[in-house]
Ligand binder design. Structure first.
Ligand code: N01
Length: 550
């Protein structure tokens, strides 16, 4: 991109890309500190993932009393969540309430994708371009672009010829879709597929689910908010939030396990799993024992328990066996929470099609054909086929450092970041919940708040020290990437072909992307970095180009 030094451009201290839950909080926090901040959002309104994912059954898998902002105690007390887990419309209503309550809208530009960003070495500013041709110069840029924000539709031959309608769960029509009386196909059985399939089955005259890989799913046990629980939680909200910060996944209410799954009798273990199954929730289940995610034999006890539950739920034993995962340890792909998913296959009009055995060969005007020659006539197809996770959004921007390095080059062998917050070679650029931070492995709103607070304090430190530029030292990044990989390799996570390693996108380098050392451990590392004066980050001023701190 050519650098624009003209005056007819917006001048900012901080440009934030993305008005999801993280970008919104970053705006609120930085504006209060007096920075000139603006958010650029490609969608028509705020909410990020909750703006786009409007598919039937979409709901958060973190309990609503936890999945909410913690920065304002009055907001916490006043907001009432009607259900144990928030539905997409309810969460979007909450997000919009936050936007209005803190008057954020005036500093957000909607329908405005950032298409290119170049760092200007001369002025220590990012030069951003929008889809509409606007130019922005900003000292700092924060990419709050989300981890699951780039939907992926597999490249199927013949899709253009299909005469029915098709949808992706991550780009759902705002006025909804009525499948009543239609022959519907759903491709994909991750969280989005598993949540939407029971609802779509309730409308469709015929439903075919095209499954490539079965996944583990547990009952969510959703229901109306228990008012006693809400009152008790709100009475102690501060201590819940404090406790959440000190957990590996950023959620309170789950006492740390103390025992190995292999150190107790089969009967005791079975009873514990039954209790967790009845309680609902994935953290509670995976946190039953100390070693479920690090020891395959321990993991097998939990996986076998869930496999048996699937067998008990699905009437047809052949269908049940097809729905049982065998290719990955439980929890190493995002553990799904469902409401009546496996029961759906007991309905006569619902058919499971194994597309691992016979892959989808092509779409036809009438539907699709699989490799065994079977033809499926469909009026509508739902792609629940996931996202180019964690790196897709940034790689879609023409992002370069003004000195010949693009993000595509930088990440050609997979993402490399310093604590998921910044990258060597890209001065003055932050990411919120980027690769190699806890991101998707912790409560995302909490992670967004923690990152935004850390960035705010760092900006204040730079302002105080009259610094205009920070750069990540290569060694600091290399050390962090090594640390991230070492931790991942000490767990069972890399055994799964998951989107955590980019396995769902053909050709994507296989790198374990989230930090799985625990949110608490990660936060401690961030806090220590600040306390020690930001070692690993090189600080300078553009008119001097001399170091002001090490
Ligand atoms: O996407 P996914 P998702 N042919 O990647 C299949 C979060 N989330 O949108 O496993 C046939 O998990 C693919 O098969 P395979 C949550 O973190 C949260 O469901 O690659 N099938 C898989 O079955 C979640 O993990 C919530 O073999 C193909 C599915 O499509 C993440 O978002 C709700 C295919 C994709 O599953 C992503 O979930 C929703 C092909 N060519 C999402 N390509 C909650 O909070 C892909 N698939 C509850």
């Amino acid at each position: 991109m050519t650098i624009d030094h003209s005056k007819d451009r917006t001048e900012l201290d901080v440009a934030i890309v993305g008005a999801g839950v993280s970008g919104l909080y970053a705006l609120h926090r930085l504006r209060a500190l007096g920075y000139r901040v603006r958010v650029y959002e490609q969608g028509g309104d705020a909410g990020g993932t909750w703006y786009w994912n409007r598919y039937p059954g979409c709901r958060c898998d973190v309990e609503s009393l936890e999945y909410s902002y913690s920065f304002d105690e009055t907001l916490e007390q006043e907001w009432h969540w009607p259900e144990r887990y928030g539905t997409q419309p309810e969460i979007l209503r909450y997000v919009n309430h936050v936007v209005d309550r803190y008057n954020l809208r005036k500093d957000i530009v909607f329908n405005c994708p950032i298409t290119a960003a170049t760092f200007d070495e001369e002025t220590d500013q990012w030069q951003l371009s929008t889809g509409g041709g606007e130019r922005i110069a900003s000292r700092f840029c924060i990419m709050a672009t989300g981890n699951l924000s780039t939907p992926r539709v597999p490249d199927y031959e013949g899709l253009d010829s299909f005469q029915g309608k098709w949808y992706h769960t991550g780009q759902w029509p705002h006025d909804g879709v009525d499948f009543t009386g239609l022959r519907v196909g759903v491709i994909g059985t991750g969280s989005s597929g598993v949540q939407s399939i029971p609802i779509i089955a309730g409308q469709a005259s015929r439903l075919h689910v095209f499954q490539r890989t079965p996944q583990f799913s547990l009952p969510a046990r959703n229901g109306p908010m228990d008012s006693d629980k809400e009152t008790a939680h709100k009475a102690a909200y501060r201590s819940h939030r404090e406790a959440a910060l000190d957990t590996p996944f950023g959620m309170s209410g789950h006492p740390p396990p103390t025992q190995s799954a292999l150190d107790i009798s089969d009967e005791e273990r079975q009873a514990a799993y039954e209790a967790k199954w009845a309680e609902g929730g994935s953290i509670s289940f995976l946190y039953a024992y100390t070693d479920l995610l690090i020891n395959k034999a321990a993991n097998d006890t939990a996986a076998d328990f869930v496999r048996d539950k699937i067998r008990q739920t699905v009437n047809d034993p052949k269908v049940a066996e097809k729905l049982i995962p065998h290719d990955h340890p439980i929890g190493t792909k995002r553990l799904i929470l469902d409401s009546g998913y496996f029961e759906t296959y007991n309905q006569d009009h619902v058919t499971l099609v194994d597309v691992r055995e016979a892959p989808i060969e092509r779409f036809t005007p009438e539907g699709l054909r699989t490799a065994d020659g079977n033809e499926y006539e469909l009026d509508a197809v739902v792609f629940a086929t996931g996202f180019d996770a964690m790196t897709g959004a940034l790689r879609n921007i023409a992002l370069d450092n003004g000195a010949g390095l693009t993000i595509q080059d930088k990440w050609s062998n997979g993402p490399r970041c310093f604590m998921g917050l910044a990258m060597a070679g890209f001065p003055n650029l932050f990411m919120i919940t980027g690769p190699q931070s806890p991101s998707v492995k912790a409560q995302m709103i909490l992670g967004g708040e923690q990152h935004s607070d850390w960035i705010a304090e760092f900006l204040e430190y730079m302002r105080l020290n009259d610094v205009t530029r920070f750069e990540v030292e290569q060694k600091a990044e290399d050390d962090w990437v090594l640390h991230n990989n070492d931790i991942a390799d000490s767990t069972l996570y890399p055994l799964a072909n998951s989107w955590y390693v980019g396995a769902n996108v053909p050709g994507k380098p296989r790198v374990f992307m989230p930090y799985v050392g625990g949110f608490n451990r990660y936060k401690k590392a961030c806090d220590e970095l600040a306390e020690k004066g930001y070692p690993g980050l090189r600080l300078s001023r553009y008119d001097e180009m001399s170091d002001v701190a090490d």
